[in-house]
Design a binder for this molecule. Structure first.
Ligand code: PEP
Ligand code: MG
Length: 543
């Protein structure tokens, strides 16, 4: 028995034959042509067929994996129609009098190299997309040389890497699991594998190659291990693991679509925390009622310069649309402390956790704040967006924020930009000061969301980043629980809703306590949603 280890991207156990999929290995010959114009026309024709195909794949992908994950196929259409790409192909055909296949393959190599050499991880990832669109063109230019990715029986798919268009071409009912030699946990392959809910591992190295084709295997998605021609002992062990997993999944599956309601009839919202567009897959898959915390600072962290209003608008709009009317609470940037971004040029501080962070940056540099607010308000026209502000300590801050919000609304109205007039504005309660002022603060906003991670840090005077202090960092400390209780009571007094979006919200031992305090919403990581639902449904608050 041979075993290969990769990085797990989705749990579960798959048993079956391996099918190694070759892609991008076609040999392209350079052929001299006579009629340059006809060759350019052939290329144009292939481009328009490719765009048409991608439009169809996009529709299929929207139905299968949702709009956010399908967006890549829209990007591919744009890349095919990109002027620089087209100029390069046509230029090569014209100047060298060569076949379109060759011109496309040279262009693909050049563009992929440019993308690969970029520092930005996102742009690096676009190299695979250039190869992908070029492959599509090659197939349309020369259909005879193309071997389609057809799966005739259920298999564990193995590949060097899979382009997004290849992944959706595959008949999903035939895929038992997926393992790739390359790829990252945030690659399209990984995202789509998670969406399909199949055991998958990536980055397993060169041992994943054509020699595996046809061999019997077991893929343990929990550990990312592939066992080739497994022995009896491993098979028995994996069979047991599989059985347990099936039972657990079945149990949790039955909870999808069910309300988060206690035995005595109290219903609460269970939302998800996420920080990226990719994370929405898990949010939807786990049946979250909404997003209770979208950490917008990840947009800034993943960027090498301030994300523009338009860039932010596109992301927020996509989130709002993919949540289909369910509430999406987007937190304004929480940069500073542990989330440092070089281009913000923040001064070096002795105590960054007590320093220039979050709303303090926004209020001292309103141009950055207003750009984000404009993007958020514009995106609110496309779904149910709410905005929340982090690290609040005073009434004065909130009044200042509300003034800036009014200015942004006036600007948008003047520009004729639509936005949601009844958009909810809330604050994070994550400092003891905010708790102590929560009665007054509750009169100014539409909701509170309690950030127990920072509330613990600032209440217990323990740096949440300091590993040496982890034994003292106790979010369930009675002092923290009392502060939560005070904030919840003041929310109720003011007739606004209150949620918990810190990690403590997922502590099932405290669910009952939180419900008794009058918490209306718990926002947790996607994987905890169904477990939390299970817990809520087992409680009886009348006792
Ligand atoms: C919190 O502080 O509890 C919180 C949810 O915010 P973050 O962890 O992003 O600081
Ligand atoms: Mg916080």
């Amino acid at each position: 028995m041979l075993s290969i280890s990769g990085t797990s991207v989705f749990s579960g156990v798959a048993f079956g034959p391996l099918r190694f999929l070759k892609s991008g290995e076609r040999k392209i010959s350079r052929v001299k042509i006579e009629d340059v114009d006809a060759e350019i026309e052939r290329y144009r024709q292939a481009t328009s067929e490719a765009v048409q195909e991608l439009a169809e794949i996009y529709e299929k992908a929207v139905a299968d994996v949702g709009e956010v994950n399908a967006a890549i196929f829209e990007i591919h259409q744009m890349m095919l129609e990109d002027e620089d790409y087209q100029d390069s192909v046509i230029g090569i055909i014209q100047t060298q009098s060569v076949n379109a296949e060759y011109a496309v393959s040279v262009t693909a190599e050049n563009f992929a190299q440019i993308f690969s050499s970029m520092d930005d991880a996102y742009m690096k990832g676009r190299a695979a997309d250039v190869h992908d669109i070029s492959e599509r063109l090659q197939r349309l230019l020369d259909p005879d040389s193309y071997e389609p990715l057809v799966l005739k029986r259920p298999v564990i798919v193995a590949a060097a890497d899979l382009a997004p268009s290849e992944t959706v071409q595959l008949e999903r009912s035939m895929i038992l699991g997926m393992i790739t030699a390359e790829g990252s946990t945030s690659s399209h392959t990984a995202i789509l594998a998670r969406t399909l809910g199949i055991p998958a591992a990536i980055g397993a190295g060169p041992a994943v190659n054509a020699s595996l084709d046809g061999k019997q295997a077991i893929l343990d998605g929990f550990t990312g291990t592939l066992y080739i021609e497994p022995d009896e002992e491993t098979t028995a062990l994996m069979a047991k693991k599989h059985e347990e997993d099936v039972k657990r999944r079945q149990l949790l599956e039955t909870l999808k679509g069910k309300p988060n309601v206690t035995l005595d009839g109290k219903e609460i919202d269970v939302f998800a925390n996420t920080g990226s567009l990719g994370g929405i897959v898990d949010v939807l898959k786990n049946d979250a009622g909404g997003i209770g915390l979208f950490r917008s600072e990840f947009l800034y962290l993943e960027s090498s310069d301030y994300p523009t209003e338009q860039e932010q608008f596109t992301v927020y709009k996509q989130i709002a649309e993919s949540m289909g009317g369910r509430k999406v609470v987007i937190r304004t940037l929480d940069i500073g402390a542990d989330k440092q971004v070089a281009y913000f040029n923040l001064p070096k501080e002795d105590n960054p956790a007590l320093g220039m962070r979050a709303i303090r940056i926004c209020l001292t540099r309103p141009e950055i704040f207003k750009t984000q607010l404009r993007a958020l308000f514009r995106a609110s026209a496309f779904g149910n967006i709410a905005i929340m502000f982090p690290m609040i300590i005073s009434v004065g801050e909130v009044e200042q924020i509300l003034e800036i919000v009014e200015e942004v609304k006036v600007e948008l109205r003047e520009m004729g930009m639509p936005f949601r007039e009844d958009l909810e504005l809330g604050i994070m309660i994550e400092t003891p000061a905010a708790v102590m002022m929560s009665d007054e603060l509750g009169k100014l906003v539409d909701f509170f969301s309690i950030g127990t991670n920072d509330l613990t840090q600032y209440t217990l005077a323990i740096d949440r980043q300091n590993q040496q202090l982890s034994q003292f960092y106790r979010p369930e400390h009675p002092a923290v629980l009392r502060l939560i209780e005070i904030a919840a009571a003041n929310a109720r007094k003011n007739g606004i809703w209150v949620g918990i979006c810190g990690e403590l919200g997922a502590n099932l031992d405290l669910t009952e306590t939180f419900l008794r305090m009058g918490i209306d919403e718990l926002s947790v990581s996607a994987g905890m949603i169904l477990r939390l639902r299970e817990k809520i449904r087992s409680l009886d608050l009348s006792k």
